[in-house]
Design a protein around this ligand. Structure first.
Ligand code: 13P
Length: 251
């Protein structure tokens, strides 16, 4: 029987200083004390990881980073490595978010290096993929996603794939209040699962969690989570407020 534990992840992007992050994590912890069978993740900015890890250690809430560099250490000013994230208490890393692709020169090639470094360190990568509005209008959605997955996961072994999470985030739905429709989401998620099956086989395809992200809110989360190939959500804006994020976790 196929069963994937849902994962609800909050990407805090460049919001909250250390005190605000600790406060939000503390409030959230209290609000989700009744939750079972849902994995919960928050991804604060790098600067708050260590202090937030003190709040969530050994609780239902896991900790994630929003990016990573593939080398372990060295003269790479401004970058953060897998061993550093592990020592700050992280279990997950968001990789290839569209904002990094759009504003910071992230490519499918750098995404691939980051995925490999993350998997081999024991951290769980969340690979973000998604098309822009122009690409959807030009009917290029599936070719864009195909390339992001093929290149992003190039040379990844079965074992390295094992813990991978995929997040489908259509760029036009991020921060716009305009979520993709359930039909659009299910169509893409089924396509992505099919791609994983062709590359890694049926067992891994059934085990891989595919999250949806893009204007997820308390009001639309349950219809999205009811879709057969949606295994969770990657939430931006609505994850910043513990009350609304808790409502999403209680979908
Ligand atoms: P919003 O939920 O604010 O649309 O952001 C989605 C996102 O980018 C999560 O990574």
């Amino acid at each position: 029987m196929e069963y994937r534990i849902p994962l609800i992840a909050g990407n805090w992007k460049m919001f909250k200083n250390c005190n605000e992050a600790v406060d939000a994590a503390t409030q959230l912890l209290d609000l989700v004390s009744d939750i079972e069978n849902v994995d919960i993740l928050i991804a604060p900015p790098f600067t708050s990881l260590a202090v937030v890890s003190e709040v969530v250690r050994n609780t239902r809430i896991d900790l994630g980073a929003q990016d990573i560099y593939w080398e372990k250490e060295g003269a790479f000013t401004g970058e953060i490595s897998a061993p550093m994230l592990i020592s700050a208490g992280c279990q997950y890393v968001i990789i290839g978010h569209s904002e990094r692709r759009q504003y910071f020169g992230e490519t499918n090639e750098t995404v691939n290096k980051k995925i490999k470094a993350t998997s081999s360190s024991g951290l769980i990568p969340i690979l973000c993929v998604g098309e822009t509005e122009a690409q959807r209008d030009e009917k290029k959605t599936f070719s864009v996603l195909d390339k992001q997955i093929e290149k992003g996961l190039e040379d990844l072994t079965f074992d390295e794939h094992h813990s991978l999470v995929i997040a489908y985030e259509p760029v036009w739905a991020i921060g716009t209040g305009k979520s993709a429709t359930p039909e659009q989401v299910q169509e893409v998620h089924a396509f992505l699962r099919d791609m994983i099956e062709k590359r890694f086989g049926n067992m891994l395809a059934k085990a891989t969690r595919i999250l949806y992200g893009g204007s997820v809110k308390p009001e639309n989360v349950s219809e999205l989570m009811a879709l057969p190939d949606v295994d969770g959500a990657l939430v931006g804006g609505a994850s910043l407020n513990p009350d609304s994020f808790s409502k999403i976790i209680h979908f």
